[in-house]
Design a protein around this ligand. Structure first.
Ligand code: OAD
Length: 251
């Protein structure tokens, strides 16, 4: 079914905007076939985060935790970026100042071709030595050994992701708040907007005067703070907005 949207007022804002920030969550990858966390088929409906995504779970049973991440890596490895991811790669080239902040760890923004990505929750393709804190990239799916071990020191490697009960990197977080407070328009795409501190970024943007654009099939706690709310899928709405922008830039 074709989506009909009233994009005019947003396009009017965007044609006079040079600083755009985008904050994405798992919903942007849903159309690529990667499960979200809290939806009907969401990961947290089937798995208990405290058994799989906490430092305690890892120290208790690293094999189990790694088996779960290895399963997720196997799913993600087969998936391709969708038109929503692709539009954001275009916007990175076309807006004078563009920043992409994501809670996603799937690496699909990179796969689509986005260059500058602030990954708040880490990346599932990166492994970190629990002894030396050294980060390596590893794209094996499945992994050759579970749990994987550091080639340098033999200690356990862990997924380079943020688990429940852990803090985000302060450098990344500071940058994310800075970019949010400096943008003129912030798009918030495919996130339930309930996980902190990511959920506060659009509020910081709004407080600094930015217009907030939410793209999500369902309302979220952010909806009432949004200047524009598009109820639908990112892979459909973003190409529509992009198409309108291209028409304007040609006229
Ligand atoms: P959630 O699963 O909480 O929310 C996904 C959101 O995407 C929901 O609001 C959906 O309505 C929306 N959605 C679904 N399909 C969509 C589509 N095609 N286009 C646009 N939106 C769509 O996922 P996140 O908000 O990303 O953290 O979750 C935040 C964090 O909670 C994750 O990064 C993860 C999780 O626990 C950690 O693991 C630290």
């Amino acid at each position: 079914m074709a989506v009909k949207l009233e994009t005019g007022p947003l396009i009017e804002v965007l044609r006079n905007t040079s600083r755009v920030a985008v904050s994405t969550g798992s919903g942007i990858s849903a159309e690529s076939g990667i499960p979200t966390f809290r939806g009907k088929e969401g990961l947290w409906k089937k798995f208990r985060p405290e058994e799989l995504a906490t430092p305690t779970a890892f120290s208790k049973n690293p094999k189990l935790v790694w088996e779960w991440y290895d399963w997720r890596r196997g799913i993600i490895a087969q998936k391709k970026p969708n038109p929503g991811h692709k539009v954001l790669t275009e916007w990175e080239k076309n807006f004078p100042q563009f920043s992409l902040i994501t809670q996603n760890i799937d690496g699909l923004h990179q796969k689509a071709g986005s260059k500058n990505i602030l990954e708040l929750h880490g990346n599932i393709w990166k492994l970190r030595c629990i002894n030396e804190d050294i980060i390596t990239e590893n794209y094996d799916a499945p992994l050759k050994e579970i749990p994987p071990l550091c080639q340098d020191c033999g200690a356990l490697l862990r997924p380079h992701v943020v688990w429940f009960g852990e803090s985000l990197s302060s450098t990344i977080l500071q940058k994310a708040f800075l970019l949010s407070s400096q943008c003129e328009v912030m798009f918030v795409i495919g996130t339930s907007a309930v996980v902190q501190p990511a959920a506060s970024l659009p509020l910081a943007a709004a407080q600094a005067g930015a217009k907030i654009v939410e793209i999500n099939p369902d309302p979220t706690p952010l909806t009432s703070y949004s200047d524009f709310s598009f109820r639908g899928k990112a892979g459909e709405i973003l190409p529509l907005i992009d198409g309108e922008l291209k028409i304007i830039s040609r006229s």
